[in-house]
Design a binder for this molecule. Structure first.
Ligand code: NDP
Ligand code: GDR
Length: 374
């Protein structure tokens, strides 16, 4: 039983409200999202709510609230009975919680977005990364298989958040037919999750799709991924809160798209007649240095005046060059990206300038240290 500590607790005690069942409010489709508090989880939730879904998200316990990215769509169930987004405590390392919530919620679609998703950090905590990313996906698939066996709900669909990191050192362009050569514990774990998903599709006939998504960014991107680290610094440097930015390898090339576009591809995969694997990419690649040039240049700054290289940001093994071939997704799903590289950089810088302005107010009023990044 999940108990509600206060009105600000984002989990819901819906499991207890109906004799252990969460009853869908209507005939709306029901989606279950792991990783709902992450960048993609927040955009996917908005997309599904717009389409009339009831959305259930699994959140993990944290000593600080971790729901900042979805607070704007959260409705406190004490005040509104019509809340269509519901949050529940679970963890990909806890098989029983996954099985219980699938049985309780009876979702039509499951999106597995949860992960320790930082490549560099996966070298520091490889065991945990594998537990969440690889075995966590297996736990979720097994919970689903078990749910289908006992309930006969064979129509439930599953999405696995695969990554271009799985291609690793295999040269571009990378498509669904390109061999994987992972270069980090994170990437190797994503390869395992990819093959678990294929296996559950082939062995048990589960409608399970692998999205192989290339890098996608947004103003909601975690602050220690390189794009957001750069745009946060641009905002703070422009407003006078910071002067230096420390980075690692500037020559790596990435195929960067907008997260809002990419969650649409996830949904489209689950609306097809047959489950399959799809590469999702812009088909354009840029180096970190090009991103720096665009982002600093946009606000009239020269990145060379501010960037310093710090060896600690180099990885034990690097992925040099990613550029996707997403022709299958474009043809079969009718998907294509709406936001291009330049527009993405500007969107992120614009938002981070506004954020830095708000920080400046707090600094000037003495509520925050200029060096302190919240
Ligand atoms: P984020 O890092 O922003 O979000 C990850 C989510 O997973 C968060 O909600 C996090 O919770 C949750 N999570 C982490 N560990 C656990 C756990 N043990 N149990 C339950 N939940 C957990 O990632 P993105 O939104 O950027 O990416 C979504 C998915 O897509 C990830 O699987 C990522 O690996 C994959 N991917 C991402 C790409 C990208 O460019 N963004 C490209 C290709 C694949 P909390 O908020 O509490 O930390
Ligand atoms: P990536 O994203 O590893 O591609 O994984 P990240 O933004 O972390 O790195 C991209 C490239 O930039 C280089 N780099 C730095 N990276 C970080 N984080 N910090 C730095 O200071 C820095 N300096 C240079 C990196 O070496 C790398 O080459 C992301 C994640 O979202 C994964 O979960 C996802 O699967 C892949 O994208 C596709």
């Amino acid at each position: 039983k999940i108990t509600m500590a206060s009105g600000t607790d984002r989990s819901q005690s819906t499991a207890t409200a109906n004799g252990g069942k969460v009853l869908p409010s209507s005939t709306a489709k029901v989606a279950l999202i792991t990783g709902i508090t992450g960048q993609d989880g927040s955009y996917l939730t908005e997309l599904l709510l717009d389409k009339g879904y009831e959305v259930h998200g699994l959140i993990r316990r944290s000593s600080n609230f971790n729901t900042q990215r979805i607070n704007h769509i959260y409705i406190d169930p004490h005040n509104a009975h019509k809340a269509r987004m519901k949050l529940h405590y679970a963890d990909l390392t806890d098989a029983s919680s996954l099985r219980r919530w699938i049985d309780t919620i009876s979702p039509d679609e499951i999106y597995n977005l949860a992960a320790q998703s930082h490549v560099a950090v996966s070298f520091e905590i490889p065991d945990y990364t594998a537990d969440v990313v690889a075995t966590g996906s297996l736990r979720l698939l097994e919970a689903l298989r078990s749910h289908i066996t006992t309930t006969g709900r064979t129509h439930v669909k599953y999405y696995q958040a695969g990554s271009s990191e799985m291609f690793g050192s295999t040269p571009p362009p990378q498509s669904e037919n390109t061999p994987f050569h992972p270069r980090s514990p994170y990437a190797a774990s994503k390869c395992a999750a990819h093959w678990y998903t294929v296996n559950y599709r082939e062995a048990y006939g589960i409608f399970a799709c692998n999205g192989i998504l290339f890098n996608h960014e947004s103003p909601r991107r975690g602050e220690n991924f390189v794009t957001r680290k750069i745009t946060r610094a641009v905002g703070r440097i422009k407003i006078g809160l910071q002067s230096k930015l420390f980075l690692g390898n500037l020559q790596a090339s990435r195929d960067w798209g907008f997260a809002g576009d990419y969650v649409e591809a996830m949904w489209l995969m689950l609306q097809q007649e047959k489950p399959d694997n799809y590469v999702v990419a812009t088909e354009e690649s840029h180096t970190v240095e090009e991103f720096l040039e665009k982002a600093f240049g946009y606000v009239g700054l020269n990145w060379k005046d501010h960037v310093e290289i710090d060896k600690k940001y180099f990885r034990p093994a690097e992925v040099d060059n990613l550029k996707g071939d997403s022709s299958k997704a474009r043809k079969v799903l009718g998907w294509k990206p709406k936001v291009g590289f330049e527009q993405l950089v500007k969107m992120m810088v614009d938002e981070d300038i506004e954020l830095a302005k708000r920080e400046k107010v707090l600094v000037d009023a003495g509520y925050m240290d200029a060096q302190q990044q919240p």
